[in-house]
Design a binder for this molecule. Structure first.
Ligand SMILES: [Cu+2]
Length: 455
């Protein structure tokens, strides 16, 4: 098999090009788009044999001792880079074929250097690192992803050419079975920290005052999976604020973050000055500052409060919570469950936890369960319950004139959807996001998976 540095397959006219540019990639590079797949194929072939190509003629064609070239395959995922250490001989010309196996966009970047474009889930890209003379750090530059584990390195190691090729580990069928069943055995796993705890207000002069402190935290998403996040009152999701229509409420935000923030009351009808968008309706709430929101609750429903500053990072990192305002005609239910969906630095989570640390819903046969879906993430999540249907009764806090029945409920970012589940069927029923890259890997279930147990 040939390496990308082979030049004997070149047409004579292709002899002049940038010094050190791998010939194949040099030609194909001109046909962007279509080329990505072809380069991926070439790289797959070339990296399989672990050859450095060091004995091949140099691409530049004049120097006596050519630079070796080496192509690597690297997988990106939520949130890993595999393999995370690429060993090369000093002076090797490195090209990396990058495949995004995750469910969200990632890129691969040399720290402070070249990087790929954002790669969609399932997409490929090629990173031409060039000649490597010293250790290089690699990372995904999407905010929060490096912190979540997406880092790697190219290490310069004399003798690397004869070492085993660096390839992503592929699990055997037995390993897959064991890992899958072990995950289910661990459910529901205990982890440190729990979100959605009711926030008790202090009543001052007839006003319900809720104190909320934003701070950086470490959060155990799943057993041993501890990630850097941000939280209100140290929990993800933040504490639940409950109020009634007509209540005068104050929400006092203390900013202990190292950056500015603000709170937007998503879905609530508030005076413009209380809408929580820095620079548009209020000043920035800078690090160390306190800001008080005050308004009279006007509309009922399942609502949310979340950051509206650096939102693509702060909200997925955990600055979010539910506001529940009962309506005039609430359905009669035996259980009222919150299901806050999120994705980002904390991974794919239901109420701040990933499987097997998610909580099951346990019901007696015949119970009526309301589930309030809220999507605080950056992606859509079609939530599928096995065995029983879901009746959609409310959208964004507004009761539907005509409820409808479904088994998969698509919840888009910012949406709230209330459903009723009649727990009529005995058994343990899987309940998960049906974008399966949010729920399963070859190592088993993770992320947005839980169960409904009907006894
Ligand atoms: Cu999902």
């Amino acid at each position: 098999m040939s390496d990308v540095s082979n030049t004997d397959q070149l047409p004579p006219t292709a002899g002049r090009r940038e010094s050190g540019m791998p010939a194949f990639a040099g030609i194909l590079g001109g046909i962007l788009g279509v080329a990505a797949v072809l380069i991926a194929t070439v790289a797959l072939i070339s990296s399989g044999n672990g050859s450095s190509g060091g004995d091949e003629p140099a691409a530049g064609g004049t120097t006596a001792k050519p630079a070796a070239a080496k192509a690597f395959d690297v997988e990106l995922g939520d949130f890993f880079i595999r393999p995370n250490l690429l060993a090369v001989e000093p002076g090797t010309d490195v090209t990396i074929t990058v495949v995004n196996k995750g469910g969200i966009q990632h890129d691969l970047s040399v720290k402070g250097g070249v990087k790929t474009e954002l790669i969609n889930a399932g997409g490929h890209a090629t990173l031409k690192v060039g000649k490597v003379t010293g250790r290089l750090e690699l990372l995904c530059t999407v905010p929060g992803h490096a912190e979540a584990g997406m880092t790697a390195a190219i290490a310069v190691t004399p003798g690397a050419a004869t070492a085993a090729p660096a390839t992503a580990h592929k699990m055997t069928a037995e390993e897959m079975d064991k890992s899958y069943l072990d995950g289910i055995k661990a459910f529901p796993a205990k982890t440190k920290g729990q979100g959605n705890v009711d926030l008790q207000p202090v009543v001052q002069d007839g006003v319900k005052v809720f104190d909320v402190t934003a701070d950086e935290i470490e959060w155990e998403v799943a057993p041993g999976d501890i990630r850097k996040g941000m939280a209100y009152n140290g929990m993800v999701p933040g504490p639940v604020i409950r109020a009634n229509v007509g209540d005068k409420i104050k929400v006092v935000l203390h900013n202990k973050l190292e950056e500015s923030t603000a709170i937007h009351f998503h879905g609530m009808l508030v005076p413009n000055s209380q809408d929580g968008v820095p620079g548009i309706t209020q000043p920035l709430v800078k690090s160390g500052e306190t800001f008080t929101y005050e308004f009279t609750v006007r509309n009922s429903g399942s609502h949310m409060y979340h950051s509206h500053m650096n939102g693509a990072t702060q909200i997925p990192a955990g600055l979010l919570g539910a506001i529940i305002v009962p309506g005039a005609n609430e359905p009669k239910v035996d259980q009222d469950q919150l299901m806050i969906l999120n994705d980002g630095p904390l991974g794919y989570t239901i109420n701040g936890k990933g499987f097997p640390a998610t909580a099951p819903i346990v019901a007696k046969r015949g119970e009526r369960i309301r589930v309030r879906y809220m999507n605080e993430g950056l992606q859509i999540h079609p939530m599928h319950l096995h065995g029983m249907t879901q009746t959609v009764i409310t959208k964004d806090g507004n009761p539907l004139p005509q409820p409808y029945v479904a088994d998969t409920i698509l919840v888009s970012p910012g949406e709230r959807v209330d459903v009723i589940v009649e727990a009529t069927e005995l058994g343990v029923w899987a309940y998960h996001c049906h974008i399966l890259t949010h729920a399963e890997t070859e190592a088993g279930m993770f992320g947005m998976v839980t169960v409904v147990i009907v006894q």
